[in-house]
Design a protein around this ligand. Structure first.
Ligand code: GLA
Length: 386
């Protein structure tokens, strides 16, 4: 982390020829449980991880926004007057989309100065760990402070989501930005995606001798295309037929009636969301009453529901989950939007290396590409670093 922070300062000075006014950082996230429930206005339980994006920002004396990153040679420049979702594309749509979205939430963009922004990150891209939300949250926090806007973090999460929905064109929910902005060490963020009320739920992993293992399958996904949007459309169709505003309003007890009203595919999509909301509530209660060793079965059940009902898993994710379970994990599931990305396993610390070796072996045996397997800790959300 220190390296990333110092590095971005030095790179900023080299590229822009002066010191930045500040450096902000924001983490990626892992969702412990509650998948595809956010845009159905239900519950999620993600946590911020110890992989971060840093943004060095310096005020300019004109009205130009310039953004660069250590992962692209391109320096993108847009006059504030021309900032709009239609003018943005590629990776810079994330940071510049945030600048635009701040205006949508009431910031007076005619009264603010231009800025230079340089971004660096060690959140893996395309792994389902929200590298995009990490960029959005770091930039949102930085611009909020530099431009003296005074938005609260809940609003900044909505700003990041708006940037992603409109400037990037991915119809994602509010979970990732909320985790990145609200996360705390060794704790998860229990978020009600309708009211946006959140509570910090201590995880107590270290105390329980547990670790979270990430298995990045290397299978890439993009939420601006394909499956994610079609799942969301099915959920909206289910809510419409059932006569509710969102699937949040359907309970497990309503599922019998739902089965009569919906076609088989839509019913299974609905059943995933409804039971997943319940699993989030059960996980929060279990964590509070019995601690993290007791939540394994809920994680396993979540994976089965995503694999069979929501149908967003892929063979690599299923293999990662099964291999972790067979080698001592207390529970495992794919995490994030699906169709690739990563799985998580909750495991006793002394089983971690066995799980890692077993997963490498199983992937090789199946002829799958080598996965990236590592542990993460639940960490601090977005902060000003210097
Ligand atoms: C992606 C989206 C989130 C959420 C998850 C699925 O990560 O960005 O908003 O919908 O998928 O739970």
């Amino acid at each position: 982390m220190t390296d990333l922070r110092t590095g971005v300062r030095e790179d900023f000075a080299e590229i822009f020829g002066r010191e930045p006014d500040g450096v902000w950082s924001a983490p990626g996230r892992v969702n412990l449980i509650g998948e595809h429930t956010d845009y159905n206005l239900g519950f999620v339980l993600p946590f911020a991880i110890n992989r971060r994006t840093v943004a060095a920002v310096g005020v300019r004396d004109d009205r130009i926004l310039r953004v660069g990153s250590t992962f692209s040679d391109e320096l993108v420049e847009v006059p504030l007057e021309e900032l709009g979702p239609g003018t943005l594309s590629g990776w810079s749509a994330y940071p510049l989309g945030v600048a635009w979205a701040l205006g949508e939430f009431g910031a007076d963009l005619e009264a603010v100065p231009g800025v230079d922004i340089l971004i660096d990150s060690n959140v893996p891209v395309g792994a389902g760990l929200s590298s995009s939300a990490a960029i959005e949250s770091a930039v949102a926090l930085a611009l909020d402070e530099i431009w003296r806007l005074g938005f609260d973090r809940r609003t900044l999460a909505r700003v990041g989501q708006r940037a992603e929905n409109v400037a990037v064109g991915a119809p994602t929910g509010i979970m990732d930005q909320s985790a990145s902005l609200l996360g705390e060490p060794d704790a998860a963020v229990f978020l009600d995606c309708r009211s946006l009320d959140s509570e910090i739920v201590p995880l107590g992993l270290e105390e329980a001798g547990l670790q979270i293992v990430i298995i990045d399958t290397g299978v890439t996904h993009a939420h601006s295309t394909g499956g994610y949007a079609s799942r969301r459309a099915s959920c909206e169709e289910g809510a419409r037929v059932l006569g509710v505003e969102a699937l949040r309003d359907v309970s497990v007890a309503d599922l019998d009636r739902a089965r009569e009203l919906l076609d088989d595919v839509t019913f299974r999509r609905v059943r995933h969301v409804v039971t997943e909301d319940q699993r989030v509530l059960d996980t929060v209660r279990t964590l509070r009453e019995h601690g993290p060793t007791a939540i394994g079965e809920l994680l396993d059940a979540s994976h089965v529901s995503m694999r069979d009902d929501f149908e967003i898993s892929v063979p690599e994710l299923d293999l990662a989950v099964e291999t972790a379970q067979a080698n001592g994990a207390l529970g495992a599931r794919m995490t994030g939007g699906g169709f690739g990305g990563a799985a998580i396993a909750l495991a006793p610390a002394d089983a971690v290396s066995r799980i890692m070796v077993a997963i490498d072996g199983a992937f090789a045996e199946h002829g799958f590409g080598q996965p990236d397997v590592f542990t993460v800790t639940a960490s601090q959300g977005a902060v000003r670093e210097s």
